[in-house]
Structures are given as C-alpha cells and as structure tokens.
Design a protein around this ligand. Structure first.
Ligand SMILES: Nc1ncnc2c1ncn2[C@@H]1O[C@H](COP(=O)(O)OP(=O)(O)OP(=O)(O)O)[C@@H](O)[C@H]1O
Ligand SMILES: [Mg+2]
Length: 362
C-alpha cells in the first residue's frame, strides 16, 4: 500500500467504524462513481481492520471490475489477517447475477448482495464491507441504491465524492436516519478506459474458466427461471393446424404452459405467424430463444440450496435431445438444479463477445 495516497480522514473513518465494531456486528457500504477509488479504499479498510484483529468479510458487489470473483457475480472473501494482493483471488463464495453492471439485472444484483452479506455475517465477520459498482447517476440508480441500503441496513455508508455527484442519494439517506461519512476522492485516482476495463474482465474470465470442460446436462433435471422450458407440454410442430404451421425452419421446439408459449428456434424468422400462433394455441404471450444466439452466453449454476456452484457458458441448448451443453469448471453437474441466464457472452471462457437478451417476448 506504499504508493497509495491515504488522506488523514481515511484513518479517522477506519477508526470510527472499528470502535463501533467492538460493541456490535457492523455492515459498511462504500459508494462512489466509477473510478472514485472505492476498491482502493476498501482494501485500505480491510488491511487496517484486520491488522487490529477484526474479522472482515469483503463483499465485492462490483459486477464488472470486481476484485473478488469473476465478472457478472457478487463475491465474498473472509479475512482474519491483512491480505496480500493475491489473497483476493481465492474467493470464499460467489453469487451469480448475469451482467457486468446492475442495469437490467436489478433484482438479481440485490438478491446476490444480500445473500453474500448474510453469508459474511453467518461466518462471523465483525465488519462486513461492501464494495460497489459506480452505478450512482439518475433515477434508476437512486431507487436501486436505496433498496440496497434498505435491504442491507448498513450501520455505515461511506461516500467517496469528487464534487456533489452523490448528494441526490446521500441527503435522502441522512433524512432517513442512515449514517453517512463523506470522503473526498483522492487526486491520485487513475481513470481507466473502456478498453482497459474490458481487458481486465477478460483476464478475470480466463482465470475463472482455466479448468473448464465441456459437460452435458439433462434439461429435464434443471429449471431455467427465465422461461417455461421443461414445465409445460411439448407441442409437435407437425401436429399444428394448417393455418398456423411453421415452415422452413431447421430447428424448432415448442412448449406451452398456461398462457405462455415458448419457441426455441435457430434464428427468429419473420415468416413465423406469431399472431396466429397466439390465437391458435390460446396463449397470451410467446417467449422465444434463438438457439444460435445463445452460444457463449454466460450462465449461473445453482444447487438445491440456492447457492451458486459456479458459472458456465452455453455451447448448445437442445431441448429436442434433452441436452444443455456447457463449458464450465463446475464438476458436480448433477447437483445443479437451476440455470440462470445472463446477458453477457464470453467466447471460450476468455473473451467477452457481446451482449444479448436471451429471452424475447413476442
Ligand atoms: N488513494 C489512492 N492513491 C493512489 N492511487 C489510487 C488511490 N485511489 C485509487 N487509486 C488508483 O486509481 C485506480 C482506480 O481506483 P479504484 O479501482 O480503487 O477505483 P474504483 O472506484 O473502485 O473503480 P471502479 O468503479 O472501476 O470499481 C486504481 O489504479 C488505483 O490504484
Ligand atoms: Mg472498484
């Protein structure tokens, strides 16, 4: 930490929270815009507190530039002694979200952070420290962050501000009775370009997928919560009435459950008579998955206890053969009960290659 600029107020903040942690279990959340020095400050706090014998649970809810765990997840690491840089790489636990930012995955992010904070406390952390993404601007971020605060109920909110960019959040928190400590961002903070951020994420994927293998899993044995797959009645396309039959597609899987129809097809095709399908099959919504588009999509693999066992990327989803083929380091694939679809594609487990909406509603 020699090259780190540590203003005197950092020590005061660390000390104040440390004193509090002597009498009760504490959660502290650090917020700030992108490149405000959040992670550097969190590492400083972790070092300082563990040096005084405090057990710290570091919850890394930064989904893109995370220190702990691969991108698209919230990671947890427990520290009893001051960590070295490489100590951050062996994480204790993680929970899958699916995107490299909370946008479009607000519920998943809240759930994952809460889960990891609870886990940290269960493991006996005296201080649970939550590092966050720089998602602070605008009404969506405001509502999201407020719900995060309400769920985690932190004893301390530390805000790293360059100017007044977080006052639209902080003034509200104070009125509601939360304790806010404001710090000024260090002048030494180095901003990173999108390309650097992307490179960093690719390194993290590569490290995570290092031991990954190609594994098949039976679709019948798992749930994909983002669609009805495996929960309804399979429809044979050849038995559809003439006026709604679908021609010329190479791959076609249809399933109906309640008022929903699921279509899995190689590529969405304008010749498919969606409106006729709705009427003909008496459904109010059609969800579709484009099989070829799903290739390389990141997924979270959860077990019966709703813990994330690990991540994978899709090689193929073939419900006609009851087969989901994944590239994953998870070994006990038979223990997977739930497959959560993300929106980020990672080629060969080492290179981000775009984003998609896995399920589209028609
Ligand atoms: N107090 C400081 N002294 C010296 N360098 C710093 C300081 N704070 C941050 N930096 C440098 O600035 C860069 C960004 O800092 P950091 O990763 O802590 O920011 P962040 O807010 O966590 O960013 P992100 O929003 O991407 O998560 C890093 O290279 C870090 O080493
Ligand atoms: Mg950070």
């Amino acid at each position: 930490m020699n090259t780190i600029d540590m203003p005197g107020e950092w020590e005061q903040v660390a000390d104040r929270i440390k004193q509090d942690a002597k009498t009760r279990v504490v959660t502290c959340i650090v917020i700030g815009k992108i490149d405000s020095g959040k992670s550097t400050f969190c590492k400083y706090l972790t070092n300082t507190w563990t040096a005084s014998g405090i057990r710290v649970g570091y919850v890394d809810s930064d989904l893109g530039q995370s220190t702990i765990g691969p991108p698209t997840t919230v990671g947890l690491k427990l520290f009893k002694t001051p960590p070295h840089q490489h100590d951050y790489s062996n994480l204790f636990d993680l929970h899958f979200v699916g995107n490299t930012s909370p946008e479009g995955f607000l519920l998943q992010t809240l759930h994952a952070v809460k889960k990891m904070v609870d886990k940290s406390r269960q493991q006996g952390s005296q201080i649970t420290l939550v590092d966050t993404t720089g998602f602070i601007d605008g009404p969506v971020a405001r509502v999201f962050k407020l719900h995060k605060i309400e769920m985690l109920r932190p004893q301390w909110i530390v805000a790293l501000q360059a100017e007044d960019e977080m006052e639209h959040l902080l003034k509200g928190y104070e009125k509601m009775g939360w304790r806010v400590l404001r710090l000024t961002c260090s002048k030494e903070v180095v901003t990173r370009s999108q390309a650097e951020r992307q490179r960093y994420r690719n390194e993290r994927y590569k490290a995570y997928f290092k031991s990954a293998k190609v594994i098949d899993c039976s679709i019948n044995k798992v749930v994909l919560p983002s669609c009805i797959l495996g929960t309804g009645q399979k429809i044979n396309p050849l038995e559809l009435p003439k006026e709604i039959c679908i021609h010329g597609t190479q791959y076609l899987y249809l399933e109906k459950c309640g008022s929903e129809l699921l279509i899995i097809i190689d590529r969405l095709d304008e010749s498919i008579p969606y409106y006729k399908l709705k009427g003909g099959l008496n459904v109010t919504s059609i969800s579709s998955l484009e099989r070829l588009e799903l290739k390389d999509l990141i997924v979270g693999l959860n077990d019966r206890d709703r813990n994330t066992m690990g991540l994978g990327t899709i090689i193929d989803l073939d419900p006609l053969a009851d087969k989901l083929t994944l590239f994953t380091p998870v070994q006990d694939i038979q223990k997977v009960t739930t497959v959560y679809l993300g929106n980020t594609k990672v080629e060969q487990g080492e290179r981000e290659c775009g984003r998609i909406r896995a399920v589209r509603y028609l």
